[in-house]
Ligand binder design. Structure first.
Ligand SMILES: *Cc1c(COP(=O)(O)O)cnc(C)c1O
Length: 377
């Protein structure tokens, strides 16, 4: 038996023992046909999760954390002389802006406040005034705050102006139902340790084959992180261009099996149950959150630090951590927050147990309960 920890951080998430154990396999060279067939099934299943037709859409695997997907999509899918528009209302879209800066990609950083939804009229205005925008990128659930962005509407605008739409779905994929076609997505992405509840080290881009084929002609800005090169190698040989994360892939295959057994709807209902239990627990202790409740994606809650001289995030964290619960710092500059997330193989009773521990942590640290705020909101 492996000790079960409840991870309330935004990934890696709590995994089942069967997924953990799936990594213990006989040693195998990933160039063997046996492994190649496993990857074929895995790649198709990843497309099925977003209800994509596998003739039209494919998935391309990369060895790395989720950020590699942002890097790959932006550096590989921009034609010569064209521009990227980033619809940016949070830390993960800001990361995409940084990717553009590092590659020297021509881009427009259309920024909105982190606690607000993007203004679609402003997005359209930029598209209208910049006919050289060939790619629009945004984040589905901004994991830094937990806000859910209107990707279907942004995608429709991108397409109306002839641009490709890439979405960072790392913190919604395999949790919140996504339909790649209906949601107007050309490319989405995730990594195995979030919604799939598998292990770190495997990331994947899911997208339109025809656009990947076209990108063969685009400037090559990276070698290891080129989408077409990796896609082409998969199509030709069924293998990853370079060494895949072998044991991580076995875990991902087991996680997919468990995903389809649980079912999209039941899994989303479970995450919703967990999310609501988090809100109930926070409400009972008097905590306030950053994002309007109706705008939250249902997976991440960003909580404002109480105004109490005895509040010390690290001390509260350590108390919970020693008892098997991990809470996570915030990611909003200028505001002190921490995060509680509904990812992973956990359910309502784990959250109930967590709040008993959190309450004790507050009491033992002499933080007043219900927690106090000096500003009125
Ligand atoms: C987790 C996450 C990523 C990837 O972060 P890594 O630290 O590279 O794993 C990217 N985008 C979003 C929205 C995420 O939640």
């Amino acid at each position: 038996m492996v000790k079960r920890n409840i991870l309330l951080n935004p990934g890696p998430s709590t995994t089942t023992d069967t997924v953990k154990m799936a990594q213990v396999v006989p040693d195998i060279c990933p160039r063997e046909q046996e492994f190649v067939s496993l990857m074929k099934g895995l790649r198709e299943d990843l497309v099925r999760i977003v209800h994509g037709n596998t003739d039209k859409y494919t998935s391309v695997l990369f060895c790395g954390s989720g950020t590699i997907n942002i890097d790959v999509c932006l550096n590989s899918l921009l034609p010569q002389g064209k521009k990227i528009l980033i619809v940016n209302n949070g830390a993960y879209s800001a990361r995409a802006v940084e990717v553009c800066e590092y590659y020297g990609l021509d881009h427009i950083n259309l920024e909105f406040p982190v606690d607000q939804l993007p203004d679609l009229d402003a997005v359209e205005k930029v598209l209208r005034e910049n006919p050289d925008i060939a790619l629009v990128h945004t984040t589905h659930n901004e994991t830094g705050t937990g806000i859910l962005n209107p990707i279907r509407e942004i995608g429709a605008l991108a397409h109306a102006y002839g641009a490709v739409f890439t979405v960072d779905t790392t913190s919604t994929y395999a949790m919140r139902p996504i339909d790649i076609e209906k949601d107007n997505i050309d490319f989405c992405m995730a990594s195995a340790q979030k919604g799939l509840m598998a292990m770190t080290g495997l990331s994947f881009v899911i997208g339109n084959r025809a656009i990947i084929e076209q990108s063969k002609e685009y400037p090559r800005r990276s070698y290891y992180c080129n989408l077409y090169l990796q896609y082409h190698h998969f199509e030709k040989t069924g293998e990853m261009h370079f060494t895949p994360p072998v044991q991580t892939i076995y875990a991902a295959i087991q996680a997919l099996k468990e995903y389809f057994e649980e079912g999209e709807e039941a899994k989303w209902a479970r995450h919703t149950r967990v999310f609501e239990a988090i809100h109930r627990g926070l409400d009972e202790l008097g905590f306030r959150d950053v994002i309007k409740r109706e705008w939250q994606a249902g997976l991440v809650v960003s909580v404002i630090y109480p105004d109490d001289p005895n509040w010390d995030f690290d001390r509260i964290h350590d108390y919970c951590y020693e008892r098997g619960f991990t809470i996570y710092p915030g990611k909003i500059s200028g505001e002190n927050t921490f995060r509680l997330c509904a990812l992973g193989a956990i359910d309502e009773e784990d959250i109930v147990a967590f709040f008993q521990v959190l309450k004790k942590a507050l009491e033992e640290n002499h933080v007043r309960v219900p927690v106090q705020y000096t500003t009125i909101c």
